[in-house]
Write a protein that binds this ligand. Sequence first.
Ligand code: SF4
Length: 74
Amino acid sequence: MARKLQITVNHDLCVGNAMCETIAAKVFILNDDRQSEAKYPDADTEENILEAAENCPVSAIKVVDADTGETLFP
Ligand code: SF4
């Protein structure tokens, strides 16, 4: 079973270019202020979520194992 992820987007950094939404559209949704929100953290594979985080140009996305607290990205 896939592990549970805790995903946070730092809105002080997010520039709203929607790269994360392009890569993992079921997880990341841009709000009305063009700030990404990880609305559905269970909606895609860990691989895709990490790829989205890696491709954020301002490193605004943090991914943590929700059970162990282990940082998976960055
Ligand atoms: S890729 Fe990064 S900067 Fe772009 S919308 Fe997503 S969180 Fe914001």
